[in-house]
Design a protein around this ligand. Sequence first.
Ligand SMILES: [Cu+2]
Length: 199
Amino acid sequence: MASRVTQPLLVLGAFVAGLAICFGGVLWLTGRIQTPTVATQSSIGGPFKLTDQDGKPISDDSLRGKPFLVFFGFTHCPDVCPTTLFEVSEVMRKLGPDADRTAALFVTVDPERDTPDKLKDYLSSFDPHLRGITGDAEAMAAVAKAYRVYYKKVPTDKGDYTMDHTAIVYLMDKNGQFVAPFNMKRTPEQAAADLRKYF
Ligand SMILES: [Cu+2]
């Protein structure tokens, strides 16, 4: 299977390691990064005005003062997204009451199917601090671009489709500035302790 990658990505080694594409339940890592454009940290992320799983507006402004995690995915994802959301939920659980001092966004790359209702239903299986983010196709394309997230619709056999997408958890600081990819390959305790440093 040809690897499906990607717009110019980042210089950070961690990003290379973190670039995972989820397709048909298979997680694979790829080292095929095209000519890197040098991305400064501040060039990742940025302003957005979208809709959460309750149908309420959510913007970067509304998150000011809290460090937050951002993960792009889609509710029909067979493997990578639910795994990651489970891991993020564990981190939130370890934070206890302090989880209110942070936020975790699950931003859909499949707004066609991931309506607020669908996101709400899906996220009911995970920690309540997770917020599902959707919007129209254009707005989602813009936010994905801002985070340098690659995604692509891939038809499946039955006339259905799945999505390839970048699967990095981004850590943003309380000013909404990108810090680093958030390392999920450690215990929830360690990850929670790391996140606390940005309160
Ligand atoms: Cu996924």
